[in-house]
Ligand binder design. Structure first.
Ligand code: XMP
Length: 324
């Protein structure tokens, strides 16, 4: 019978046998899947695993700390953090096309990850890394084997994903599991609830939630607005009713507003809460009006550059979940 205890015990055995005394690497994205996969492998082989977290500067408020502090505290994992924020911002400078953003982020991620891997090998006196941990789930396995066209509407890049030309043997301890099972395994392994229950978040991060070019100031604005929306949904106890809640900054749009006696000319943000089973289709969430009202009031009061909050009421299809 399936229990998270059985899965953990079984996988620990399998991983130990597969790895022997070799070295293992794992990219952490901040998401549930890579975190649970890494925690499981850590439980099995301890210090033979090194995790790499590439901080591309496109995460939401508090997410880098969740990886660097909370995940490490919960697992004792050996973590290498690469602060690549300036590098990513540099390559993204002036880029507005969504696919272009994805390509740049995917390419740079692989470069930074490979450099980190070379450093790890140097630091361990040349001992090669033979295995790469991936948080592949059962639906990913089915999807990539099935030739499903819908997956190609946008060039999905999983930051934390496999650099194609790297010579590693894969360890995929979650290959037979669904998302809800992965969360149970994560709880079983003692991961913090903020990680275990995190909503899906795209690899290219906030870069594809800024409509227009990405820069540090725009990222800060979006981060603030996003943090408010998340806090209010959490306070209302609605986290587990919602699949995902993108907040999108229309950075090239301005509209006139009024605050106190003054005219403002600020940016709108779009709230995009959706319900879904698997992200292939989605419906817009009917959030209670009082929650929407608190989010709107707080964002326009607290985020100076934002003077308008709008709600996206489009299903998928025809809309996608993300705006880019
Ligand atoms: P869309 O916008 O296509 O998104 O309805 C479906 C799901 O995929 C996520 N998403 C991505 N995930 N890299 C990722 O790892 C990407 O480039 C990417 N684009 C979209 C999106 O957040 C939703 O969960």
């Amino acid at each position: 019978t399936w229990t998270s205890v059985n899965i953990v015990e079984e996988q620990i055995k399998v991983i130990r046998e597969q790895v022997g005394d070799k070295r293992v690497i794992c990219g952490l994205s901040g998401g549930v899947d890579s975190a649970v996969a890494a925690a499981l492998v850590q439980r099995a082989i301890g210090d033979q695993l090194t995790c790499v977290f590439v901080d591309h500067g496109l995460l939401r408020q508090g997410e880098a700390e969740q990886v660097e502090r909370d995940f490490v505290e919960a697992t004792g994992v050996d973590l290498k953090v690469v602060d690549a924020q300036e590098r990513f911002l540099g390559f993204l400078d002036g880029v507005t096309d969504p696919e272009q953003k994805r390509k740049i982020i995917g390419r740079e991620f692989i470069r930074v990850f490979e450099a980190a891997e070379r450093e790890i090998v140097e630091e361990s006196e040349g001992t090669p890394v033979e295995f790469l941990v991936q948080g592949t789930l059962y639906p990913d396995v089915v999807e990539s084997g099935g030739g499903e066209g819908a997956a190609n509407i946008k060039s999905h890049h999983n930051v934390g994903g496999l650099p194609e030309d790297l010579q590693f043997t894969l360890i995929e301890p979650l290959r037979s599991l669904f998302k809800d099972e992965v969360r149970l395994v994560g709880e079983q392994l003692g991961l913090p609830p903020e990680i275990v229950w995190r909503h899906p978040f795209p690899g290219p991060g906030l870069a594809i939630r800024i409509i227009g070019a990405v820069d540090a100031e725009r990222l800060d604005i979006l981060r603030e607005a996003d943090a408010i929306a998340r806090a209010e949904v959490t306070a209302a106890g609605l986290d587990r009713d919602i699949w995902q809640f993108p907040v999108v900054l229309l950075a090239d749009v301005r509209s006139v507003g009024v605050q106190g006696d003054g005219r403002t000319y600020g940016h709108p943000v779009v709230l995009r809460p959706v319900s879904s089973e698997d992200a292939m289709t989605a419906d817009w969430s009917r959030l209670p009006y009082d929650v929407l009202e608190r989010i709107s009031t707080r964002i326009t009061n607290e985020v100076e550059e934002v003077n308008r909050v709008v709600l996206d009421i489009t299903s998928k299809p025809p809309g996608t979940i993300e705006w880019e």
